[in-house]
Ligand binder design. Structure first.
Ligand code: 6GU
Length: 228
């Protein structure tokens, strides 16, 4: 899978050298490049923003640098790449969407700052390629970078080969629509707290039933809407 990221802060993405995503890049499974949006400006101040038409607070990202930057990655005609625009006004990002992104050959992330990107950028590229506006949740970040990082990690780990043991993907929170059951390791007793005895019993059927009950109880307690 190829991932291009457009941002005024490319160094944000240096952490993608680390951990399993870093290993997958080294092995060639993932090809990730962060590009500086300011490289696609032509004025002395490398301007990427301007005041909003219609008035209001804050600044809006100008369309021209975005057009040049995205064209430099996908060309000037129709593209099979998917353009992902992190935005608090987008569709709620989720595990099923992470699976959809993981199935793509090529993702382009457009990370806006300030109040956002001129709407015509999305409108223009929607005529040339699939475009996804995606939000992490109902709170406000200063820009799309942290959100893009979360979406990249959630998607990249679902690309076959990125996670060494694919079985570890199966029993995670949200994969079956429920929260994960609590997990324990040695020692069996720690600071007066005991590991639930059923987990030491060796009865695989009872362990599976206990875990399922724990999943349901946790989900009912903190995320009841997932059970509807
Ligand atoms: Cl994708 N962007 C911004 N700026 N804020 C957010 C978000 C995205 N998701 C939640 N809050």
């Amino acid at each position: 899978m190829r991932i291009d990221i457009l941002t005024i802060f490319p160094s944000f993405f240096e952490v993608l050298d680390l951990s399993l995503v870093g290993k997958a890049r080294q092995s060639g499974l993932l090809e990730i490049t962060a590009h500086d949006l300011r490289d696609f400006t032509h004025d002395r101040h490398r301007t990427v923003d301007d005041t909003p038409y219609g008035g209001g607070a804050g600044m809006v990202m100008k369309p021209e640098p975005w057009g040049e930057a995205i064209d430099s990655i996908v060309g000037t005609g129709p593209s099979s790449a998917t353009l992902v625009v992190p935005s608090p006004a987008g569709e709620l990002f989720s595990q099923p969407i992470a699976r959809e992104l993981a199935a793509a050959e090529h993702l382009v992330f457009a990370c806006g700052r300030y109040e956002g990107i001129d709407q015509r950028v999305v409108d223009h590229y929607a005529e040339r390629m699939p475009v996804r506006l995606l939000s992490l949740g109902d709170y406000v970040l200063n820009g799309g970078e942290v959100a893009a990082m979360a979406m990249i990690e959630a998607s990249a780990r679902l690309v076959p080969g990125v996670i060494g043991n694919p079985e570890s993907l199966v029993e995670e929170s949200h994969e079956d629509g429920l929260l994960e059951y609590p997990i324990y390791t040695k020692p069996a007793s720690w600071r007066g707290l005991e590991v639930p005895p059923v987990l030491l019993s060796g009865h695989h059927g009872e362990i599976a039933a206990w875990r399922r009950a724990q999943q349901l109880e946790r989900t009912r307690a903190v995320r009841p809407e997932l059970l509807d």
